[in-house]
Every structure is written in structure tokens, then in C-alpha cells.
Ligand binder design. Structure first.
Ligand SMILES: C[S@@+](CC[C@H](N)C(=O)[O-])C[C@H]1O[C@@H](n2cnc3c(N)ncnc32)[C@H](O)[C@@H]1O
Length: 267
């Protein structure tokens, strides 16, 4: 039988080996990237192996309610969106070392140099999609899975793609654990959308490309809406509402925002 010290040495060696085989990139300074979640021997993430907390205590519910009252309800008119922000436990989508900040109106690091977006921006972008029950929505940038859960609360048919495999797997496990098994997630470069399930009544992009990806505009229904930040990496970008009427694509400038970069496969 292994002694504890021997087991510890073996675990360290295994971690070094995994890192050498192309583990997650180190988070940039200041982004506070969390360590990657543990995996089962089969490589599948389970809720038990995740660095996530699924307990929705009265204290957390009160903190969520305070966030909604202070930052969401005054800014968002659609009561369905406000209800969605009330219902989804944001604290279950972030690494546990950040639990105390879960219900501040700030973006937070989720590892791999990525973030969960600011709740008021999530609410505002969701409202702009004007989603009706049963409509099909595509999210580019699953990240933590939080925005996808908010969309699912609106009874939409949700498709979400994420370029970083570890984030896609973690989001899948969290959404399953929280009762959102119908949210479809795929690991892919969202520049090309998710053509197999197109067209979409709405598309929400949560990372900023430097131009409007034409494949995304092409995957909107006639009458479809897309909310997308566009602009330079690491600088202020513009949030746009893109609408499609027949073959015409209209663009309305909304406000300045700052999102993580839209990365491309192979970059
Ligand atoms: C601000 S984070 C997403 C926040 C997320 N919506 C949430 O609720 O947590 C942006 C995400 O977009 C992802 N991303 C960036 N470029 C992408 C691409 N080309 N295709 C798919 N996902 C991409 C990033 O890896 C990151 O997870």
C-alpha cells in the first residue's frame, strides 16, 4: 500500500505530466484564474469533483435578492428577465474561493483567463434578445454556463458553444447538476456558429470579435436578433443589436462595454 507522502509525490508528478501535455494556459496576471476542476478517472467531470458549491442557503438567496433589487430591477423592464436573475444561483457557477463575491454586480474570473459576466450586463443583453418561449437561441461563449441558464429560464431552446474544452465540460456538469439538462453545449469555435441547428431566433455573443462574423448573421432567422460586442482586444468595445429582415442586416449601436477577446481555433 502507498504511504501518504508517496501518494502526494505521485500526484505532483501526474500534474506536471498533464501540464506538459498541454494543460490549460496560465491565467493572465490579475484575472485570478482558478485551478482546473478535478476529473474522474474516465475524464468526465461530475458535480462532486467540481470546485463549485450547490448549496443555496437563505443567506445566499438574500444576497441574490439584494443584487436583483439594487442592480437588475431598476434597469430591466422585462419581468421574465428579472425573475430569471432571481432564480439562477450565480454562486454555483464560480470557483468556491470567490463565493463571497458571487452577488456583487461584477464580472469574476472562472479560470483559463475567462470571466463570468457582470449580472446587470447579462440581464440587459438577455432583455435585448426579446426571447419568446420556444424560440431558439445560440450563445457564443458558454464560459461558466450562467448566461445559458438565464436563457433557459425564459423557456427558450438554448444552444451554447465554448472554445475552451475544460470550460465547456465544467459548464455541462454544472448545468446538469442544477437541472438544466436541455441546454445544448458544444466545444467549438463559435465564429462559425452551430450550423446544424440554425437558424436561430436570437444569438448572444459574450466575447468581442473585431468584426461581425458573417456566419453568425447568416444563421439568424428572418426577424432574428443578435447582441454582440465588437471592438479591439483589451480596449473599450461597442455593444451592437444586429437584426435581420429578409436579406437585410441592420446594426444599432448600443453602448460601450469591455469583454474578453473572441479567440479563434488554432490561435
Ligand atoms: C465573458 S466569457 C463568457 C461568459 C459566459 N457567457 C458566462 O455566463 O459565464 C466569454 C467566453 O467566450 C469564450 N470564447 C472566446 N472566443 C470564442 C469562440 N471563438 N468560440 C466560442 N467561445 C469563445 C471564452 O473562452 C469565454 O469562456
Amino acid at each position: 500500500m502507498f504511504r501518504p507522502t508517496v501518494v502526494r509525490v505521485l500526484l505532483v508528478c501526474l500534474a506536471l505530466l498533464l501540464a506538459a501535455c498541454g494543460g490549460p494556459p496560465a491565467a493572465p496576471t490579475g484575472s485570478g484564474g482558478a485551478p482546473p476542476p478535478a476529473a474522474t478517472p474516465t475524464g468526465l467531470l461530475t458535480p462532486e469533483s467540481l470546485d463549485r458549491d450547490f448549496t443555496d442557503s437563505a443567506e445566499r438567496q438574500a444576497a441574490r435578492e439584494a443584487l436583483v433589487e439594487r442592480w437588475i430591477a431598476p434597469r430591466v423592464a422585462d419581468p421574465r428577465v428579472v425573475a430569471a436573475l432571481r432564480a439562477v444561483p450565480r454562486h454555483s457557477f464560480i470557483p468556491t474561493y470567490l463565493l463571497d463575491s458571487a452577488y456583487n454586480d461584477h464580472p469574476l474570473p472562472i479560470g483559463y483567463g475567462q470571466t463570468i459576466s457582470q449580472p446587470s450586463l447579462v440581464a440587459m443583453m438577455t432583455e435585448l434578445l426579446d426571447l419568446q418561449p420556444g424560440e431558439r437561441v445560440l450563445e457564443i461563449g458558454t464560459g461558466s454556463g450562467y448566461q445559458a441558464a438565464i436563457l433557459a429560464e425564459l423557456d427558450a431552446e438554448v444552444y451554447s458553444v465554448e472554445i475552451i474544452p475544460e470550460l465547456a465540460a465544467t459548464a455541462r456538469a454544472v448545468l446538469d447538476r442544477l437541472g438544466y439538462p436541455d441546454v445544448h453545449i458544444d466545444r467549438r469555435d463559435g465564429y462559425y456558429g452551430w450550423e446544424e441547428h440554425a437558424p436561430y431566433d436570437a444569438i448572444i455573443v459574450t466575447a468581442a470579435p473585431d468584426h461581425l462574423p458573417q456566419p453568425l448573421a447568416a444563421q439568424l432567422t428572418d426577424g432574428g436578433r443578435m447582441v454582440i460586442p465588437i471592438g479591439p482586444v483589451g480596449n473599450v468595445q461597442t455593444l451592437w443589436l444586429v437584426t435581420r429582415e429578409g436579406d437585410e442586416v441592420g446594426m444599432e449601436r448600443l453602448l460601450d462595454v469591455m469583454f474578453v477577446p473572441f479567440t479563434r481555433e488554432g490561435e
